[in-house]
Design a protein. Sequence first.
Length: 100
Amino acid sequence: MAEPLHYHLVTPEKLYASGEAEMIVIPGELGDFGVLKDHMPFVSMIRPGILSIHRMGGSEEKLFVSGGYAETHGDKCTVLAESLTPLAQLDRSRVEKEIS
């Protein structure tokens, strides 16, 4: 079993979520990238897309992120997002409007 990665998902309004995950996949400006514990220190802009949280034990949560920044360092990953929406609550017309 992989070592846990501590994460914080933050929007301008609040701390959206924090916890431990095996891996987080982030839609970076230059392409998607996965973050595991002990990832090299890294800062990236986030493009609109799907952020996936792979929890310890195998479950997965997917969120639409509209943009922002991600930072990794050691066993921590912080995502500063413009907005986060669970995929199940996503409004297609809103996403199309944000993309255009």
